[in-house]
Design a protein around this ligand. Structure first.
Ligand code: ADP
Length: 453
């Protein structure tokens, strides 16, 4: 079995690693930027000092250049060295650092940071001079103060980063918990649900989000399961009720035939009766099994050309209409395509038209229409048949319900057709309505919606 990996831990680990990585990158960039800006300041100050020093250089006895001791430098202490154009040292300040000019002459930059044994980190600035002699002026200053500031920045970053990381992880932990709590509830409810107990549903969250959608879909799934289980339960009880009678008849016929020796005609009669019962049973079982099939079909949704499907059904049933001498008319046929289940829709068409043919006397008419109205589809079958009484209209979609008249007329049927239609329409999100007058005819109106995938 796979080891359970907590989603929360997984998210927090990865988020923590990601934030840590970001913090390291961010801090490194920030530290370098601060360092650069500090050094830039030092460079500017040294440049300023250079300018001031340049203006105060004095030429004495044609050779010696002295640097006046009192200059208002922005950086202290500084070391100043002046070289002639042959790079010989011609003047220097009191502060002295062991810096060799030739180390810098080859380089392009004018500003350098380097290590000094005595002062630690120092900044050096080089500049050409024209007066009072031609040469180079070198100015240097220790930058221990700046290093201390940088260290301070670094320490603050090192202290703040883990705190920031911790706060972000706490926030992420709270968020993951908020997201996962409804999911945990779904798991808990799902664990409680069994075929015997489908009464649990999860309360919908107040916010309309993905979790809301998940809970809604889950509840819908439970509803569908409940529906399916109910169908199976009813199927089981129907089987025991409805199959028992024909099987008892069959058993009785065969037992009587076998009780003593009979003549050949008697056996023929018994076999015929038995065959009829067996055929009846086969048809009945087939219709009953269709209920189970409907449950399997419910999720098979595809684009259907409804007008084409209706024409197929009509051509299939026209033979039966001809035999009964009733006339099928196609009053209107709009071209319609729907996302729906073809098996269920076909069952609806067959059963409604079949009933119209069965319950319409000879030489009468049946009018069929398929109409597109806004986003709905209307399928209307109007017959000039025997009609249905008002008392019966509410019962005809019940399983095995057959009106007195249809039983008396010995019309073939089990009373399952309309319950199949009703079930199919429930799955397809459709509605059925009956307008009927006894002796005048029945109009069945079916309204369908396009099912979104
Ligand atoms: P079945 O036709 O096998 O009896 P159904 O479920 O299809 O079963 O119909 C249930 C009952 O509804 C029928 O027995 C019949 O009395 C009545 N019924 C259905 N359709 C019509 C119709 N078009 N005209 C008159 N009665 C109808």
């Amino acid at each position: 079995m796979n080891r359970k990996i907590s989603l929360k831990k997984f998210v927090l680990w990865w988020l923590g690693a990601f934030i840590l990585f970001l913090l390291i990158v961010f801090n490194t960039i920030m530290y370098n930027m601060v360092k650069k800006s500090f050094y830039e300041r030092v460079k500017e100050d040294l440049c300023l000092v250079t300018k001031k020093v340049k203006n105060t250089l004095i030429l004495r006895d044609d050779k010696i250049i002295t640097i006046p001791p009192k200059i208002d430098y922005p950086i202290n202490p500084v070391m100043i060295k002046v070289f002639n154009k042959k790079h010989h040292l011609v003047a220097k300040s009191i502060e002295f650092m062991n810096i060799k000019l030739y180390e810098f002459l080859q380089k392009e930059s004018k500003f350098f940071i380097m290590n000094n044994e005595r002062y630690g980190h120092i900044a050096i600035y080089l500049s050409k001079i024209e007066t009072p002699i031609e040469g180079i002026i070198l100015i240097a200053t220790p930058i221990a103060r700046i290093d201390a500031k940088l260290e301070d920045v670094l320490i603050k970053m090192l202290i703040l980063s883990p705190i920031l990381l911790l706060l972000l992880l706490l926030g992420a932990n709270w968020m993951v918990d908020t997201i996962l709590n409804p999911v945990r509830k779904v798991t808990l409810t799902a664990n409680k649900i069994s075929v015997g107990d489908l009464e649990n549903s999860i309360p919908l969250p107040t916010k309309y989000d993905e979790i809301y959608e998940l809970v809604k879909s889950f509840n819908k799934m439970v509803e569908r399961l409940k529906d399916g289980v109910l169908t199976i339960e009813r199927f089981n009880s129907d089987i025991s009720h409805e199959l028992k009678t024909p099987l008892t008849v069959l058993k009785g016929e065969l037992e009587i035939a076998l009780r003593k020796d009979r003549n050949i005609d008697y056996y023929k009669h018994t076999l015929n009766v038995s065959l009829n019962e067996v055929n009846y049973l086969i048809d009945l079982v087939e219709e009953m099994l269709f209920f189970a099939k409907m449950e399997i079909e419910r999720d098979k949704i595809e684009e259907i050309f409804v007008d084409e499907l209706l024409l197929q059904v009509m051509s299939k049933l026209s033979k039966q209409a001809k035999q009964q001498n009733v006339f099928l008319h196609l009053k209107r046929l709009d071209s319609i395509n729907l996302y729906t289940n073809s098996v269920l829709l076909k069952a609806v068409f067959i059963n409604i038209i079949n009933n119209a043919i069965k319950y319409t006397p000879q030489n009468k008419n049946i009018y069929i229409s398929l109409i597109k109205k806004d986003k709905k589809v209307l399928f209307i079958v109007k017959d000039e048949g025997i009609g249905i009484s008002q008392d019966e209209i509410n019962k005809i979609t019940e399983r095995f319900y057959r009106s007195e008249k249809s039983r008396n007329r010995a019309v073939k049927g089990f009373g399952l057709g309309l319950s199949i239609v009703e079930r199919a329409l429930r799955i397809l999100n459709g509605n059925i309505a009956f307008n009927s007058k006894e002796g005048l005819g029945t109009e069945v109106i079916i309204e369908l919606e396009s099912i979104k995938i």
